[in-house]
Design a protein around this ligand. Structure first.
Ligand SMILES: NC(=O)c1ccc[n+]([C@@H]2O[C@H](COP(=O)([O-])OP(=O)(O)OC[C@H]3O[C@@H](n4cnc5c(N)ncnc54)[C@H](O)[C@@H]3O)[C@@H](O)[C@H]2O)c1
Length: 377
């Protein structure tokens, strides 16, 4: 079928997640990076493109030029990865969707609800697809957790506890990554709750296949002079009576990327943590607790879909990220009739919109003494 052609907006010299996207795209031999507008500074974009071996005529000074020229080429890009700071997702996403080019955008969907809704509106009428790299949904055991719950192994879900804890902002720091994350103009006013809280929220929604109906949030900022939240505690209520707790922090010393989820139903509970992602603990009520590994998932189950190496050889963050790219490739190839894979799935624009709505509701709740706020589905 040949490889799909990928372009990139952002991810130039000194950037963080662009390189992760490039590794993820390469991993399963589905994508070739062939074009990019890697920086807002044209000279830096050109230098970044040269580092990456991009042909000079496909190293663009800006993303609008890139969308126009790539859309007109016979060998134009099949998708663009948008890996810019949050307030710079909407413009490129809309421009590429309008040019008929599939978009693979990083989270959160946008910095403001207005921008998120704008992307969603264009994506819902475009023939191009929109994928969002909530990459933690790519872990085999996360997929298996969702399947266990879907099959009813946990029974009726009662409790969800999810946390995403880091410590790198425990003191005031300045770096390319820290500066825009703590600048309310670039983040839409949200800090930790948007940066990693949306990952925790998405993970809880994905695994349980449930969205809360209302939330009560307490956002805090512990570092003097910081203008956005660096810690958030959120209670969640679900329509079926279930209750949830979400804690996200970037000022919790000792935590690096401590994303962990526990879900309890009336028949069993499960627990998974991304820093040890190749195991999941399952506790049927009244029976011995067991540890599920990739080896024990069993052929044909969701957790076996994207494996590259046998169980026991650890897969991790990069592989889970690569799964999102490979699922996106399968969806695009299925659309084109090159493949028939109705199971192909990656997070979508509606997952992104849910995340931005969650952030807005959390800010509103916290500003109103943690009042319960309805979350629009
Ligand atoms: N999924 C994940 O696990 C994960 C992890 C980290 C970051 N992210 C998300 O990825 C995005 C980028 O984060 P980062 O940490 O890599 O940021 P970064 O600051 O390291 O990189 C941002 C890049 O965007 C470029 N850029 C800015 N404006 C541009 C423009 N107009 N045109 C082209 N390039 C432009 C910058 O020059 C830089 O290269 C954010 O939305 C963030 O939330 C996701």
């Amino acid at each position: 079928m040949g490889k799909l052609r990928l372009g990139m907006v952002g991810g130039g010299q000194g950037a963080f997640i662009g390189n992760v996207h490039r590794i993820a795209a390469r991993m399963d031999d589905q994508w070739d990076l062939v074009a990019g507008a890697f920086s807002s500074d044209p000279a830096r974009s050109a230098a970044s493109a040269a580092d990456l071996g991009i042909a000079p005529d496909r190293a663009y000074p800006d993303f609008a030029t890139m969308a126009r020229i790539e859309a007109g080429r016979g060998d134009g890009i099949d998708a663009v990865a948008v890996v810019t700071p949050n307030h710079l997702h909407a413009e490129p996403a809309v421009v590429f969707l309008n040019a008929g080019i599939n978009v693979i955008c990083d989270k959160p969907l946008a910095a403001t609800l207005a921008d998120a809704e704008r992307i969603e509106k264009v994506a819902s009428t475009s023939k191009a697809r929109f994928f969002l790299t909530h990459n933690y949904t790519g872990y085999p055991l996360v997929r298996q957790a969702r399947e266990l719950i879907k099959k009813g192994e946990l029974g009726a879900i009662r409790l969800i506890q999810v946390e995403y804890l880091q410590d790198w902002l425990t003191v005031a720091v300045s770096s390319k990554q820290a500066d825009w994350r703590t600048n309310p103009e670039a983040t839409g006013g949200a800090g930790c709750i948007a940066d990693i809280g949306t990952h925790a929220y998405n993970l809880a929604c994905y695994i349980s296949d449930m969205l809360p109906t209302e939330i009560s949030a307490d956002l805090g900022c512990f570092v003097e002079g910081r203008r956005v939240d660096d810690n958030a505690i959120v209670n969640l209520r679900y329509g079926n009576g279930a209750r949830g707790m979400l804690w996200t922090s970037q000022v919790a010393p000792g935590n690096e990327n401590g994303l962990r989820i526990r879900v309890y139903g009336d028949r069993a509970g499960l627990e998974w943590a991304q820093e040890n992602p190749n195991v999941m603990h399952v506790s049927p009520f009244g029976a011995p607790r067991y540890t599920l590994t990739r080896g024990g998932v069993g052929n044909g189950n969701a957790g076996m879909r994207n494996l590259r190496v046998p169980a026991g050889h650890p897969e991790g963050y990069l592989e889970a990220f690569a799964t999102i790219y490979s699922e996106a490739a399968r969806s695009i190839r299925t659309d084109r009739g090159e493949l028939s894979d109705p199971e192909a799935h990656a997070p979508t624009v509606s997952d992104g919109l849910n995340g931005v709505r969650f952030v807005g509701a959390a800010i509103e709740s916290s500003a109103n003494n943690s009042a319960w706020i309805h979350v629009r589905p």
